[in-house]
Design a protein around this ligand. Sequence first.
Ligand code: 26Q
Length: 741
Amino acid sequence: MFNINIKESTTEQLYSAVLAYTQDKIADVESVSGDRTVYYMSAEFLIGKLLSNNLMNLKIYDEVAAELAKYGRDITELEQYEPEPALGNGGLGRLAACFVDSIATLGINGQGLGLVYHYGLFKQVFERNLQTEVKDVWLDKPTWLRKTDFSTTVKLGDLNVTSRMYEMDVLGYNNKKSVLRLFDLESIDDTVITSGISFDQSEYAKNLALFLYPDDSTEEGLRLRFAQQYFMVQSGLAWILKDRQDHLHTLNEDIVIQINDTHPSLTILLLFKELLNHGIELQEAIKIVENTFAYTNHTILAEALEKWPLAYFEAIDPSLVAIIKQLDEVVKNRSADKRVVLVDENNLVHMASLAIHFSYSVNGVAALHTDILKNSELKHFNDLYPTKFNNKTNGITFRRWLAFSNKPLTAYLDGLIGNDYMSDADHLEKLLAYREDKDVLNTLIDIKHGNKVRLQNYLKQTQNIDINPDSIFDIQIKRLHEYKRQQMNLLYIIHMYQEIKAGLILDRPLTVFFGSKAAPAYTIAKDIIHALLTVSKIIENDPVVSKQLQVVFVENYNVTLAEYLIPAADISEQISLASKEASGTGNMKFMLNGALTLGTLDGANVEIAELVGEDNIYIFGEHSETIIEHYAKADYVSRDYYENSTLIKDAVDFIVSDLMLELGSKENLKRLHHELISKDWFMTLIDLEDYISVKNEMLKAYEDREDWSQKTLVNIAKAGFFSSDRTIMEYDRDIWKTNKY
Ligand code: 26Q
C-alpha cells in the first residue's frame, strides 16, 4: 500500500508515506464547481490535524489502520506525530475551517484564501504559574501544503517582496474537495526572531509571515499587522483576478468575496484601485465592488473593530489614500450621520464602515448578535441599508466534531438511528424516540465515561496530569477574555474551596478544566491565568479539598485538545456577559457531544435554549437588554456588589489572601483584585451569585443519572441545526448564489 517497509520505518518515514498515499487518493477526488466562485478570505484557518479526518472522509480509515496493524503499527502513532497547523487563534479561525469542510461537502464552488504563518500565534508554556510564549514550530515536519507556481510581487512602500501560493486540499464528506490557498513570504527569515516570540518588527521582507497577530500593543507592531493584512489581500486579489482582467465589468457575476471579519477588508480598497487603474469610472467601480463583497461581523466589542490611521496607508500604498478620500466623499453624500463615517476626525479609517458601505451583505453570526448589530451597535448603518443586514447562525462540521472526535458515540448513533445525519443533520432528531429508553440512557452514560478515560490517558501521556474519570467534568475552553468571564469561574472555584474548607461535602468530586491562550499583551487576561494556576496548586496541595475538587488548566489549548476534552464533558461553560459573545461555536460542539450548557442568554446559547427547552439547559444571569442598558447609563459599580455580599467579598479577597500571595505573584494577583473591585468592565460580579447557585443546582441534578442522561440525549438530538452544512447552505442560498448565473 505505502511502498515502504512498514515494520522497520521510523515514524516520520511512515507518516510521509501515508501522507503521500492519502494525497494521491485525494488527487483523484473531483473538485467543487459552479457558475460563480466564492472566495472565503480569512486571516485564520484553524483546521486541526488532517490525516485521520481525510482518511475518514475518503472512507479508508479502517483499511489504512488495519494495514498498519498488520505490521504492528498503530495509526495513533501517526496521529500523534502529525503537527497541528498553527494557522489560527480561536472561534473565527475554527469557523473558517468548518466552513471550508462544508463547502467541500456540499460541492459549493468555493475556496479559502489566507496566509501561512510559520510559527502561528504562539505556543503556550506555563512557567511559575504564568503564561509564557514560544514559537509554535509546525513546518519542520512533512505538511499537507503543496507549493504552487503562482507567485506575485507585493509592494510595501519602497519594498518589493514575493508572495508564493501554497495549496491544501480540503476533503468533503461526499467525494468532493475544496482547497485552501495560503500565501507565504518567499524571503522569510526566522533569524530575526530574538527570543520567544520577539523579533525585529521592522524587517517586513523577513518577518511578514512569521506570526499571526503580531504584537498590537505598540505602534511598530500595529504597522506590521497592517502590512501583513496588506500582504494577504494583495496576494489573494492577484490570485482572484489572475484570469479575469478582461471581465472586470462583470466581475460580480463571476465571483463573491466573503470577508471574515474586517481583517481582509483592505481587499475592498485594492479592488477599487484595480478597477480605477483599468479606466473604469468611480460610479461603475462602486457598483462592481458593492456587488462583489459580503462581510461577516464577529464582534460587537468596540475595541475589536479595526481602525487604521491614514498614515499607515500613506506609508505602504499612497494611491489608496486618494481612493479613501474619494470614497469618504461618497459616504458623506449618502449620509451626514457621524456614526457611519469612513474616515473620522482623527484620520482613522474605520474598516467595518468600509466593509458595510461597500458590500451587498453584512451578516452577524447568531440571531441575538444580528439583532444587536441591527438595533444598537450598527443601528445607524442598518437604518441606511436596511436590506444588507442578515443573520447566519454559525455551525460546526459534524465530521470532525462527532465522527472523528467521538467515535464511540458515532458508532452507537449509527447503530441506533442510521448515519443519514452525517449528511443531513436534522436526522439526529430520530434519537428523541429513545428518550425514555433506559438502555439507551445508560449506554450514553457509559460512552461518556469511556471518553473521560480517553482524556485521562491523553492528559497523563502528554501533560503528565492525573484526573479522576469518576468526577464531574466541567469545562471552559476558549480564548481568554474578560467578556468570556473565566474570572467568574475562578470565583466559583474559590467559593467552593472555601465551602469545602468550612465542611461542605460534595456528592461527587468535581473537576474544572480550562484551556485558553491570552493575547501576549493582554495583562489582565494573563493575570486571570495566573490566578487560576495558583488556585489549582493550592487545591492540589490541600489534602481535604483535593479529594473533592480539582482544577486543570491544560497547557497550549488547541484543536487537538478540544477533540479530547469536548467528548468527555458533562458541563459546558458558556458564561460570557450577555450581549458580548457574538455566537460561540464551542457551545455547539459540547451540545452535540452530550454535555449540558451552563450559560447566559448570549450568542448562540439563546438558540440552543430555544431548541432544547428550559429543562435541558442551565441558564443564569442578566439578559442582554439589561446589560446594554447598564453600559448606556454607565451605572454598573462593581464595588457595590463586592461590598454588599459577603460571599462575593470573601471570594474576591481570596485572590490576595496570604495563601495566594505565598504561592503566586503579588503583582499579578493584586492587579486582578483591584481590577475586579474598581472596574470590572465586563461585570463579573453582576452574575456571580446566580452563577454559583445554578451551577450548584446542576451538580445536584447530575446525581439523577438517568434524568441527566435524558437531558444529554435531547441535546444531541437537537444539535442538527448547528451543522455548518446548514449554515453554508444558507450563505449560498442568500448571499453567494453560486449556481444562479
Ligand atoms: C483585532 C485587532 C488587533 C489584533 C487582533 C484583532 C482580532 C483578532 C482576532 C480581533 C478578533 C479576532 C477573533 C475573533 C473571534 O474569534 N471571534 C469569534 O468568532 C466566532 C465565530 O463567529 C464567534 O463564535 C465568537 O463568538 C467570536 O468571539
